[in-house]
Design a protein around this ligand. Structure first.
Ligand code: NI
Length: 191
């Protein structure tokens, strides 16, 4: 297994639509395992393949909560096949949008169909944080970030701050300064 670098916004690769995998083969399983390790190390509770530069419809999640102890979930070609009319609001963050959070409304429960790590088709009823997370990750596969669900004013402000932070980091690196320790996000909001 290997830790993969996580792309951060604004990066054009995060805005691309990912392609379905033909099958869950050795390479896809390797990607899933590397993504899970990368997600745990971040730490976060969900990660989508385009966030590590692979434009494949693959996501991993692990919502470690009392009421939703699913263990790690590996999903290839995930699809929402049912969504509740009722919405729920959750304060979302994202490993590709570090240090920024915003309330996003999404269906409170969804049913997702996907291929698991063994390539078997599965369906899972998701609610609570799991429902939010699975929708957030599937959005990534369509080039959509949580900041695309908020006002353009707030989105542009966040993107400007991310660019500024990146430039400062690059300047520090060029000047040979030791890298500032990245502040760990609250994993419950690192989707
Ligand atoms: Ni995300």
């Amino acid at each position: 297994m290997a830790l993969l670098p996580i792309l951060t916004a604004p990066d054009p690769r995060l805005k691309k639509k990912s392609l379905p995998v033909a099958a869950v083969d050795v390479d896809v399983r390797q990607l899933m395992d590397d993504m899970l390790e990368t997600m745990y190390a971040a730490p976060g509770i969900g990660l989508a393949a385009p966030q590590v530069g692979a434009l494949k419809r693959v996501i991993v999640l692990d919502i470690d909560r009392e009421e939703t102890k699913t263990g790690p979930l590996f999903m290839a070609n995930p699809e929402i096949v049912e969504a509740s009319d009722e919405d729920v609001i959750y304060e979302e963050g994202c490993l590709s949008v570090p240090d920024h959070y915003s309330d996003v409304a999404r269906p409170a429960s969804v049913r997702v169909r996907y291929l698991d790590r063994d390539g078997k088709q599965q369906e899972l009823a998701c609610e609570g944080l799991l429902a939010t997370c699975v929708q957030h990750e599937i959005d990534h596969l369509d080039g959509i970030l949580f900041i695309d669900h908020i006002s353009s004013l707030k989105r542009n402000m966040i993107l400007r701050k991310l660019l500024k932070a990146r430039k400062e980091k690059e300047r520090d690196e060029a000047e040979g300064k030791p890298p500032a320790k990245d502040q760990a996000q609250d994993p419950e909001h690192a989707l």
